[in-house]
Design a protein around this ligand. Structure first.
Ligand SMILES: C[S@@+](CC[C@H](N)C(=O)[O-])C[C@H]1O[C@@H](n2cnc3c(N)ncnc32)[C@H](O)[C@@H]1O
Length: 190
């Protein structure tokens, strides 16, 4: 029988502790990212790239991202498995899963990008929550009503998804930023 030395046994934290810790971090993502950067001497991104490369993923494959946190690896994984592939994120922290969900829904534009030919354009005319000043105080009232009435998904940041995914992205807004037209152009099939 193997008996852990006391020092090792002391190092084992309960799952509840870990869950609480990561729930807290999930509510303070900015500080968390700074802390991780310091703790890993800024090499976290390079290590992720190494891990991804070692997986050798092909388009269409399915990935289980265990301990996915706020989904920081989702974009890179999605790039490799493509629109035919699948990513399943697993994490015991509800806060982290919430962040991962937001991130996953923040890029709803990928499939449109896939079906356009190079040079094809996308224009979205849509509404979003108030963006400016004191008007934002109305969002907690307006958002649930509009969400219920129109199956609206106000957390999906389409404007930034277009900026990230397409070239020549532009956005015009009116009505205190709530009504917008966002356009972009697909460059290539990569
Ligand atoms: C250091 S973070 C890494 C997050 C992400 N994979 C990344 O690359 O940044 C570890 C994550 O694993 C989760 N985690 C740790 N132990 C877990 C367990 N036993 N079951 C599920 N999730 C776990 C934590 O909640 C946390 O989000």
């Amino acid at each position: 029988m193997f008996v852990s030395p006391p020092s090792l046994a002391l190092g084992v934290a309960s799952p509840d502790h870990g869950r609480r810790v990561y729930d807290w971090w999930s509510a303070h993502q900015g500080i968390y990212e700074g802390f991780v950067r310091l703790a890993l001497f800024g090499r976290g991104r390079a290590a992720r790239r190494l891990g991804l490369g070692a997986l050798g993923l092909d388009p269409g494959e399915a990935v289980l991202d265990v301990g996915c946190g706020a989904g920081v690896n989702f974009d890179a994984l999605a790039e490799r498995v493509g629109s035919e592939g699948r990513i399943v994120g697993l994490d015991y922290s509800r806060g982290m899963v919430g962040g991962a969900r937001e991130r996953a829904s923040a890029n709803p534009i990928g499939e449109v990008h896939d079906v356009l030919r190079p040079g094809g354009r996308l224009a979205v005319v849509d509404a979003r929550p108030f963006q400016e000043g004191l008007w934002r105080a109305l969002n907690p009232l307006v958002t649930p009503i509009s969400t219920y009435a129109t199956n609206w998904q106000p957390d999906v940041d389409i404007v930034n998804a277009i900026r990230r995914t397409f070239a020549d992205a532009r956005c015009w807004t009116t009505n205190v930023g709530t009504l917008y037209v966002a356009v972009g152009r697909k460059v290539s099939d990569s």
